[in-house]
Design a protein around this ligand. Structure first.
Ligand SMILES: NC(=O)c1ccc[n+]([C@@H]2O[C@H](COP(=O)([O-])OP(=O)(O)OC[C@H]3O[C@@H](n4cnc5c(N)ncnc54)[C@H](O)[C@@H]3O)[C@@H](O)[C@H]2O)c1
Length: 247
C-alpha cells in the first residue's frame, strides 16, 4: 500500500465481483474509505474482510434507491460506476425490451449515480468519476455486441459531457474501456460459446491471454487519485492491444 488515495471516500457500484470488486479492493488498499454496493448484498458484504469500510445492497436501476443511498453516504471524492450487462446478438436479436434494459443498466445507471453524487462534489469543489465502458463499441464494433456497443459508446459520450460541463469546478470524469477480462460474467459468456469457450476467447487475444480485473483497477486507482489531476473527459483502452493489433 502506498496510500495514493489516503483521506478519500470512494463509492463503487457493482462491486461484488469482477472489475467493480477489484476497483473497490484496490481503492481500499490505497487508503481510501470505500463504500461498495451491488445488487448481490451477500457477496459484496465479503469485501469488508479485505479492507472495504462499508457494503450495501443497491440496485442501480432504481432511481429512488440511488438517491436515498447518496443521501445516506454523504460526501464522496470518487465515484466508480461499474454496473453493466452484455447482451449477445445483432440488431435483429435485440427486442425493444433488450434495448431498454441494456440502456437502463449500462447508461442510465451512471446518469442516476452522477446526478445523485455530483451536487456534493460540486459543493466541495472536487471529485473524480470513473465510468467502466468497453473496448467494444466506443471506436470499433465487436460482432454480436449491437446494443452493448451502443451503450458503451454512450458511456464514453456521457463521460465527455460531464467532464466538459464541470471542467472549471474541480470535477473530473473519465472512462475505462476494458478488453476481454476474466470475470464471472465473461466466463459465463465463454462457456455459452461451447466446451472450449475460454480457449476460443483466449485465441482472439493478441497477447495470448485474457486481462485481469486487477489490471483495470490499476488504471482506476490512477484516475481516482490526484496523480491524474490534468486528465478529464478521456476513454482509456486496457485491452491487451486488441483494438490496435491487426487481426
Ligand atoms: N469482463 C469483461 O470482459 C468486460 C469487458 C469490457 C467491459 N466490461 C464492463 O465492466 C463492468 C463489470 O463487468 P464484470 O465482467 O467485471 O462484472 P460481472 O458482469 O461479472 O458482474 C457484474 C456485477 O454487477 C452486479 N449487478 C447486476 N445488475 C445490477 C444492478 N441492477 N445494480 C447493481 N449491481 C448489479 C452483479 O450482481 C454483479 O456483481 C460492466 O460494465 C461490463 O460491461 C467488462
Amino acid at each position: 500500500m502506498s496510500n495514493r488515495l489516503q483521506g478519500k471516500r470512494a463509492f463503487v457500484t457493482a462491486g461484488a465481483v469482477g472489475i467493480g470488486r477489484a476497483c473497490a479492493l484496490a481503492f481500499a488498499r490505497e487508503g481510501a474509505t470505500v463504500i461498495a454496493t451491488d445488487l448481490d448484498e451477500k457477496t459484496v458484504a465479503l469485501l469488508t474482510r479485505d479492507g472495504v469500510a462499508e457494503t450495501a445492497k443497491l440496485d442501480v436501476r432504481d432511481t429512488a434507491a440511488v438517491e436515498a443511498m447518496a443521501k445516506k453516504v454523504g460526501d464522496i471524492d470518487i465515484l466508480l460506476n461499474a454496473a453493466g450487462f452484455v447482451h449477445h446478438g445483432t440488431a435483429l436479436d435485440c427486442s425493444d425490451e433488450d434495448w431498454d434494459f441494456s440502456f437502463d443498466l449500462n447508461v442510465k445507471s451512471m446518469h442516476r449515480t452522477i446526478r445523485a453524487f455530483l451536487p456534493g462534489m460540486l459543493a466541495r469543489g472536487h471529485g473524480s468519476i470513473v465510468n467502466i465502458s468497453s473496448a467494444a463499441g466506443v471506436f470499433k464494433a465487436a460482432p454480436n455486441r449491437y446494443v452493448y456497443g451502443a451503450t458503451k459508446a454512450a458511456v464514453a459520450a456521457l463521460t465527455r459531457a460531464v467532464a466538459v460541463d464541470y471542467i472549471t469546478r474541480g470535477i473530473r470524469c473519465n472512462a475505462i474501456c476494458p478488453g476481454t477480462i476474466e470475470t464471472p460474467s465473461m466466463l459465463d459468456r465463454a462457456a455459452a460459446a461451447g466446451p472450449n469457450g475460454r480457449e476460443l476467447f483466449v485465441s482472439r487475444q493478441p497477447m495470448g491471454r485474457l486481462g485481469t480485473a486487477d489490471e483495470i483497477a490499476a488504471l482506476a486507482v490512477y484516475l481516482a487519485s490526484d496523480e491524474s489531476a490534468f486528465t478529464t473527459g478521456q476513454s482509456f483502452f486496457v485491452d491487451g492491444g486488441c483494438s490496435s493489433a491487426l487481426s
